[in-house]
Design a protein around this ligand. Structure first.
Ligand SMILES: Nc1ncnc2c1ncn2[C@@H]1O[C@H](COP(=O)(O)OP(=O)(O)O)[C@@H](O)[C@H]1O
Ligand SMILES: [Mg+2]
Length: 309
């Protein structure tokens, strides 16, 4: 439904998007997960036709964004990172405004707006001005502005930033319903937990490149069956490597001087010998943490850092 092929985009010296490709099926929620500056918004701006890529192409339902821009854009709903709401309009007027922009009107638009407001828990607030809304209500209304014309492809850019936990859940539920009705959804976020809870498949991106792509299960399984053990301190990478020699129940996920990420089967018969070797022979281990394989540990492995705001 949404197909991006080898997208590239630079701003002057900054290579913001460096060869990103993916394909999103109808009904699928596809995540672009990456830290600030990774290239998410730039990718989304290219998909929405706001920004021309330096190279690469986009098709929506087989319609080329370049060749048949009007037709492609009609299939598309976009909810940008910055909220574009007019404080003096009511919730209903806001959606009427967007409906008219998409060329809708009459009874059909009225009914559509009623059902959207209902679905987002905003029916009782339909006639209230946006400026009286809480942050969470504004975020939900903002999401609805991209849904008025029942798009076949929906692009969402960090739509939960600054929202409270309950508001977040309500908003993600709406996204799930939209996908369940057959819309292809691109969901960008820098929140690992959201990607984990929401996305059928995702890419982890950084510096404009896809680092890995897959379902959550596939990505987490790529870390192995064991626990993920993270070591930091003043040790050398070489000393860790030596301590692990002959221990098949341990694998190195990433390793440099002072920072190591290992996968260790802690239920294995030889685990005490392994730990003896690791902590007996290696000097300078200052911190140890152990966790189940997760997107978070995968992210740490790929980028050498935790994802943060
Ligand atoms: N309009 C712009 N002019 C110059 N550099 C930009 C512009 N927009 C984004 N960038 C740079 O491009 C990179 C990717 O940014 P962006 O796509 O906004 O990332 P994300 O949405 O993942 O935070 C960053 O290094 C950012 O500073
Ligand atoms: Mg962004």
């Amino acid at each position: 439904m949404i197909k991006a092929t080898s997208l590239k985009k630079s701003y002057g010296e900054t290579l913001a998007v460096d060869g990103i490709s993916f394909e999103i099926a109808a009904g699928e929620i596809y995540g672009l997960l990456g830290p600030n500056g990774a290239g998410k918004t730039t990718t989304l701006s290219i998909l929405s036709g706001l920004l021309k890529p330096d190279s690469g192409s986009v098709t929506l339902a087989g319609v080329s964004l370049e060749g048949e821009e009007r037709k492609a854009k009609g299939l598309l709903g976009v909810v940008p990172q910055e909220m574009t709401l007019y404080e003096e309009l009511t919730a209903r007027e806001t959606l009427l405004f967007w409906g008219r922009i998409y060329g809708l009107g009459g009874k059909r638009l009225d009914e559509r707006i009623d059902s959207l407001l209902e679905r987002a828990g905003l029916a009782a607030k339909a006639k209230k001005r946006v400026r009286t809304f809480s942050g969470g209500m504004k975020r939900r209304l903002h999401l609805l502005t991209g849904l008025v014309h029942e798009p076949k492809a929906l692009l969402l850019d960090e739509v939960t930033v600054g929202i409270d936990p309950q508001g977040r859940i309500a908003l993600l539920e709406i996204v799930k319903e939209v996908a369940a009705s057959g819309t292809a959804v691109l969901y960008t976020t820098h929140y690992l937990e959201e990607a984990e809870a929401l996305c059928d498949r995702l890419s982890i991106i950084d510096f404009g490149k896809v680092l890995v792509e897959g379902t959550i299960d596939e990505l987490v399984r790529s870390l192995g069956e064991g626990e993920v053990v993270s070591l930091t301190g003043s040790f050398t990478g070489e000393s860790i490597r030596r301590a692990l020699e002959g221990h098949d129940e341990a694998a190195i996920l990433s390793l440099e001087d002072g920072a190591g990420l290992l996968s260790i089967d802690l239920s294995g018969p030889d685990v005490f010998r392994l730990l003896d070797s690791l902590f007996g022979k290696v000097t300078g281990v200052e911190e140890v943490s152990i966790r189940r394989p997760s997107l978070q540990s995968l992210f740490l492995k790929l980028t050498g850092r935790e994802i943060r705001d």
